[in-house]
Design a protein around this ligand. Structure first.
Ligand code: ADP
Ligand code: MG
Length: 256
């Protein structure tokens, strides 16, 4: 039996902002069905890592391989790869993102928000886009809110719409960047419940979170990002309950 092809293979990934060297060589394989929790202090580069994976930020060096296909082409005399626009558009379809601040279009209804990418990026006919959007909205439990505007929804409902929007694109992997950090405490549970349901479907996901209790139950792997490197990695039990590195221990103590 051959090992499954990683959905994402992250190899020696670096990201610099000017002289600020944020990511210093990240290596990580994301296998089909992996649910990887990324933890680390504020400013450690967690968002930057996710943003490099769907190319909202361009890596400074290193490579991302999506389902066996390397993204970007080498440039003679440079560590930085060259990326074609159509290639990046293809990658972004396959790598979905859910943000801390939801990022819904305020002037569009729930249905329009979820349909938007299907029509403009996937080029589905309106009727088909509508049908798929309705199905995804129903799955996150918001079927009766399709005509509402984001401003009239709770934060938890808005985040569930954002999840429906990402799912509608049928991505290979979903990236969640602190999806509950801007929610009132009483709304966190409904969003985590939605994410847990996706895990039960076997979806491949990376989740940046400070909810270590949730990470423990949700993830099959946990990685701790510090100083631009994955300082420690392992099962939730290894990293969250029995961390080997003192740095990880100190981080986890602050959150428990
Ligand atoms: P985290 O998500 O772990 O809190 P970020 O990835 O947002 O961390 O940021 C890591 C570091 O990179 C921070 O010091 C931040 O100020 C810096 N940074 C992030 N994005 C940019 C950018 N577009 N330009 C310059 N610096 C950035
Ligand atoms: Mg962040």
């Amino acid at each position: 039996m051959t090992a499954a092809t990683p959905v994402l293979r992250i190899q020696a990934l670096h990201k610099r902002f000017g002289s600020h060297h944020v990511l210093r060589g990240i290596d990580l394989d994301v296998l089909p069905g992996d649910r990887i929790a990324i933890i680390g202090s504020s400013g450690s580069g967690k968002s930057t890592l996710l943003r490099c994976l769907n190319f909202m930020e361009m890596p400074s060096a290193g490579q991302v391989v999506l389902k066996g296909r390397a993204v970007g082409r080498p440039v003679a005399g440079s560590d930085t790869l060259r990326y074609g626009e159509s290639e990046l558009s293809e990658v972004r379809k396959q790598v979905g993102m859910v943000f801390q601040q939801f990022n819904l279009f305020p002037h569009m209804t729930v249905l329009q928000n979820v349909m938007e990418g299907l029509v403009t990026v996937k080029r589905l006919p309106a009727a088909q886009a509508r049908e798929r959007a309705m199905a995804e909205i129903a799955k996150v439990g918001l079927a009766e809110k399709t005509s509402a505007y984001p401003g009239h929804l709770s934060g938890g409902q808005q985040q569930r719409v954002a999840i429906a929007r990402a799912l509608a694109m049928e991505p290979e992997v979903l990236l969640f960047d602190e999806p509950t950090s801007s929610l009132d405490p009483e709304l966190v549970g409904e969003v985590l419940g939605t994410i847990r349901a996706l895990a039960d479907e076997g979806r491949t996901m990376l989740l940046v979170t400070h909810e270590l209790g949730f990470a423990y139950h949700f993830a099959n792997k946990v990685v701790f990002l510090a100083d631009g490197l994955l300082h420690e990695r392992g099962t939730p039990d290894e990293v969250l309950k029995h961390p080997k590195q003192e740095r990880t221990q100190r981080f986890i103590e602050r959150f428990t």
